[in-house]
Structure formats: structure tokens, C-alpha cells
Design a protein around this ligand. Structure first.
Ligand SMILES: [Mg+2]
Length: 273
């Protein structure tokens, strides 16, 4: 593991000097869990959760910040089985939902107006494009259309992008593109907003964020701005051959979820966890 930036090395030193003042945020898919064709089976890698568990008693706060439904991330992460994660939180749907391990409670707002209409029209839109086999993921407050399992995933993504944007706009909703997925959701929170809210709540000195995809760019940019305000920040990119948007922004690029686990274990070692 090599931290390539001076700001990143300074953040690492700050974490080691004062772990209790550190907020660790991580995306779920592609960071804690390997990407799977069927997102319902993308469980967090046990070695990565074990590394988080080691860090849980040392760091000030651990939070998963994901585009997923909070309940699904909690289920796929098995976080509640780990004593070290007794204070962690999972922010789902880009911060619109939340689960706290300390209480076991979920905060889950109502779906935005328009989502029901999108769900009703989507099958016909896909059928008209010859893409009726695209996987549709109902995320309650949003709808994901996945092209990963189709014969030409990239071609299908390109074919879908404009019609999906039009469908979303007709219902007053937005489109969030990701790795072989287009997600239709309401206006509101992005991961940058979610991170800023956590920072206001936790009041850390140092913020770590680990991400892999376009939805994480807002979090990286938020932390870059927080650095200008005097916080330390360590930006970790879980690298893949599907997406390189975070590479230039990151302090350290690791090879996918196994690399994330190794880095978190290095940090736990450095903290004597
Ligand atoms: Mg991801």
C-alpha cells in the first residue's frame, strides 16, 4: 500500500496520532464487497468486515455511505455480528436512509413522488429498446437499471442512457450513472451531503473515505473542500478496470476490495488494534 500524496500521508499520521478523532466512511459495492452480476448476492468480503471490526474500537466513528437501501447493505454486511462495530452507522440511498447499530433502528423516508410512475412505465421503455432483459432493481426510493448481465453491457448502457434520462425527467427525477447501472432517484442528498452531515455530527479531525465509482466523486470533492477548511482527509480509491474517475482525486489506489481490506488491516496494525 502506497499513499502517493503528501496530504494523504499527513492524514495517515493524524489518524495514527489521534484515531478517536477519525471518521471512517466507506462505500459498500466495489469497496467492501466485490461487484456481482446479481447485486442481491454482493455480500461484504468477510476479511474486509473483520478489518473494520478491528478499527471499530479505535476510530471515532465508522459509517458506510452507499447508494443502496440501508436494510440491504446491513444484511449484506452482517455488521451487527461484530462487537467492534457496535457504534457504526449505515447511510443508505446517498444519505436519505440511515441505520444505527447502537439502536438497531432504521430511518426510512417515503419514496419521492414520481417513482411509482417510473416503475410503471419502465418495462415498456426497456421492451421498446429491445432491452427487456435488463435487471431492474427496486430500491424503494429509487430504481436501478443494470446492464452488467446483458451480452453487450456497455452498448446497452449507451442505448439506455438517454431514454432513461427522459423517463426520469418526465417524472421530476434525476439519473445517477454508475458501473453498468443507471439509477433513477429523487433530487436530494448525494454522498458529499451525507459526508458533510456526518462531519457536523461527529466533529472529527480527520476523515477517511473509500470509494470506487462515480457516486463517490461528490464525497471525494466534499472532503477536498473540508481539507481547505483545516480537516485532514485520506481518499482511498478501490481500483477497477471499469471506472477510473476517482484515481486522479485519490491519495491511494488499491486493487479492489482485497486491497481495501489490506489497507484497513495495515491501519489497524498501525493503531495496535
Ligand atoms: Mg461502489
Amino acid at each position: 500500500m502506497t499513499i502517493t500524496t503528501q496530504t494523504g500521508r499527513r492524514a495517515w499520521d493524524a489518524i495514527v496520532a489521534d484515531p478517536a478523532s477519525t471518521l471512517l466512511c466507506s462505500d459498500f459495492d466495489g469497496v467492501l464487497s466485490p461487484i456481482q452480476a446479481d447485486p442481491d448476492t454482493a455480500s461484504a468480503a468477510p476479511e474486509t468486515v473483520a478489518a473494520l471490526n478491528r478499527l471499530g474500537t479505535k476510530l471515532g466513528k465508522i459509517a458506510v455511505v452507499t447508494g443502496r437501501v440501508a436494510r440491504k447493505a446491513v444484511e449484506l454486511g452482517s455488521f451487527e455480528k461484530h462487537d467492534g462495530l457496535a457504534e457504526m452507522s449505515v447511510l443508505g440511498l446517498y444519505g436519505q436512509e440511515r441505520w444505527d447499530a447502537a439502536t438497531g433502528e432504521y430511518r426510512e423516508p417515503e419514496p419521492p413522488e414520481g417513482i411509482a410512475g417510473v416503475k410503471a412505465e419502465l418495462p415498456a421503455v426497456l421492451a421498446e429498446l429491445g432491452l427487456a432483459n435488463a435487471r431492474v432493481e427496486d430500491k424503494r426510493l429509487s430504481v436501478g437499471v443494470h446492464t452488467r448481465e446483458l451480452p453487450d453491457a456497455a452498448g446497452a448502457f449507451a442505448t439506455l442512457e438517454q431514454p432513461i434520462r427522459s423517463l426520469a425527467e418526465r417524472h421530476g427525477l434525476l439519473v445517477e450513472p454508475g458501473r453498468n447501472v443507471l439509477e433513477i432517484r429523487g433530487p436530494g442528498s448525494d454522498k458529499g451531503d451525507a459526508v458533510r452531515a456526518l462531519v457536523a455530527e461527529v466533529q472529527p479531525r480527520t476523515i477517511i473515505f473509500a470509494g470506487d465509482d462515480l457516486g463517490d466523486v461528490a464525497a471525494f470533492e466534499a472532503i477536498a473542500r473540508l481539507r481547505e477548511e483545516g480537516y485532514e482527509g485520506l481518499l482511498i480509491c478501490s481500483g477497477s478496470d471499469e471506472q477510473d474517475a476517482l484515481v486522479a482525486l485519490a491519495d491511494v489506489v488499491v486493487p479492489g476490495p482485497p486491497g481495501v481490506a489490506a489497507l484497513l488491516n495495515d491501519l489497524a496494525d498501525a493503531l495496535g488494534a
